[in-house]
Design a protein around this ligand. Structure first.
Ligand code: AMP
Ligand code: ZN
Length: 467
């Protein structure tokens, strides 16, 4: 399996640090509002990466944080006359609802920055002891960027170019030793949440949060660190500097970055105002459609959001779900084991699985994997009928479900069917039979079969059970 590594700018063979295990950290959202569908892209993409790694047999420890202390959260709390804690808690809950609706599985751990302050103070102290950081006169602690020789290795920037870029913004009276130094800890301002530290009452910088949470829940070295491509610089570059300077080992082996979700070829962002929240899209579409839309492009290709593409995703998804429902309905009425012809036919579907895996093994090419699923659906549509055995139909269905499950695409409607609903249908069927409307009676039997209900005619009347 190959993964494109931002560090080497190449696809590399994936070799985990520990056999059979993957430690993965994905930078999560800053929670001051509902998430927009741009924020949903890394969630959906890396949830799919996680699911595929599990499909390959890896045990994945997946950590994704919530940044719950930040200027934007504080600003929102002031506007609303409430606390930043309340704002963060509220939007964490809303974010979790959106994730569930997009079938994004909760992380193994979702750490909160505000609950990890001790670890941050500890790592900052280590960096100071090792000479990689220093407190300034006002209590701000800075990272001494030039001391970390490999600074720039992820974003492929060189320090002199960066320095040139900084020249204009070097403010007189700046307490930094060097324009490139970045903040690890900053003094509180009036009305802001703060924690006591050896340097001043204050709060952590954003970058140190992820270095610390990753270390605490996954250890000094991890396999995959991921996020949107806007995080490459400075966020991930700074995380590398902090973690590697403090821990003395390589931080993450693979760095994965998704490209942007755009509108009119511009990055969707809160600050630009050109965004749709996941909630807004959820009011118009099943969020499965959004998920399918996101996966219809390779994660490293920019994706333009449009109503047309959403309609295309809706139709594509419907094609898959309809095929699945048809196979399930037929299986509900069938019986028996596979005959030789069916065995031969089923063996032909191996080719689609191979195509699917080849696409996913090639840096998670979900676009090509979906194409393989469509080919499988086409095969299923032409090679199933009421003549087939239950074993064959079940096998065809299960395989389609497996391929879709990995991408988080739900093909079965798992709506709870109530007993009353079933009994009402059975009564209607009895009435139809009495009136010699056998067509309707059969339709109802099929409908019940598709719901997984098996009917049995007995001397006492019709009994039923869930298959
Ligand atoms: P933020 O809350 O801005 O830190 O963003 C949370 C995650 O969403 C990060 O991984 C960002 O890189 C990602 N992100 C934000 N906007 C977009 C976008 N328009 N397209 C893709 N990813 C995005
Ligand atoms: Zn981060």
């Amino acid at each position: 399996m190959k993964i494109y590594n931002t560090l080497s700018k190449q696809k590399e063979e994936f070799i985990p640090l520990e056999e059979g295990k993957v430690k993965m950290y994905v930078c999560g959202p800053t929670v001051y509002n509902y998430i927009h569908i741009g924020n949903a892209r890394p969630m959906i993409v890396f949830d799919t990466v996680r699911k595929y790694l599990e499909y390959k047999g890896y045990d994945v420890n997946y950590v994704s944080n919530f940044t719950d202390v930040d200027d934007k959260i504080i600003k929102k709390a002031i506007e609303e006359g409430t606390s930043s804690e309340e704002v963060a808690q509220r939007f964490i809950e809303e974010c979790k609802k959106d994730m569930a609706d997009m079938n994004v599985r909760p992380a193994t751990t979702h750490p909160l920055a505000t609950q990890e302050i001790d670890g941050m103070i500890e790592m900052i102290s280590t960096l100071i002891e090792k000479g990689f950081a220093y407190p300034a006169a006002d209590g701000t602690v800075y990272f001494r960027t030039r001391k970390f020789a490999e600074y720039g290795k992820l974003s492929h920037k060189n320090l002199d170019d960066l320095q040139a870029g900084h020249r204009d913004i070097k403010v007189t009276g700046d307490l930094k030793e060097d324009a490139l130094d970045f903040v690890l800890w900053k003094p509180k301002k009036d009305g802001e949440p703060y924690w006591v530290s050896p340097w001043c009452d204050g709060r952590p910088g954003w970058h140190i949060e992820c270095s610390v949470m990753s270390k605490k829940y996954l250890g000094d070295q991890i396999d995959i660190h991921a996020g949107g491509e806007d995080l490459v610089f400075p966020h991930h570059e700074n995380e590398i500097a902090q973690s590697e300077a403090a821990n003395g080992v390589e931080f993450s082996k693979y760095w994965m970055h998704n490209a942007f979700l755009n509108i009119d070829n511009k990055k969707m962002s809160k600050s630009a105002g050109n965004f749709f929240t996941v909630r807004e899209i959820g009011a118009k579409y099943d969020l499965q459609v959004l998920r399918f839309f996101m996966l219809s492009a390779h994660y490293r290709s920019p994706l333009n959001f449009s109503a047309d593409l959403m309609e295309a995703a809706k139709n594509g998804l419907e094609r898959i779900v309809t095929a699945a429902e048809n196979v399930k309905r037929l299986a509900g009425m069938a019986a028996g084991e596979m005959n030789d012809t069916e065995k031969e036919l089923f063996a032909q579907t191996d080719a689609y699985v191979e195509k699917y895996e080849a696409a996913m093994d090639d840096d998670f090419n979900t676009a090509d994997a979906i194409a393989a699923v469509f080919e499988y659906v086409k095969f299923a549509n032409t090679n199933v009928s009421a003549e087939n055995s239950k074993a064959y139909l079940d096998a065809i269905y299960d395989r389609l479900k497996l391929l879709c499950d990995v991408m988080g695409i739900i093909i079965e409607k798992e709506a709870e069917v109530l007993d009353e609903e079933i009994e009402a249908l059975i009564e209607e069927r009895q009435a139809a039979r009495k009136n010699k409307d056998f067509k309707r009676a059969d339709e109802i039997r099929d409908q019940l079969a598709a719901m997984g209900i098996v009917l049995k005619d007995t001397r006492e009347g019709v009994t039923w059970k869930r298959a």
